[in-house]
Design a protein around this ligand. Sequence first.
Ligand SMILES: [Zn+2]
Length: 46
Amino acid sequence: MAKDPVCNMMVEEGDAVATVDHDGSTYYFCSKDCAEEFEENPEDYT
Ligand SMILES: [Zn+2]
């Protein structure tokens, strides 16, 4: 399990709706909205 850094929900890596690679790490998201929010402001979530 990985934590969606935007909404703090636990996400199963295999079931993640969206993933984003940032600074050498992969982040998993419950929704495209969370992934887009992360991509707009990654510094707020890392
Ligand atoms: Zn989310």
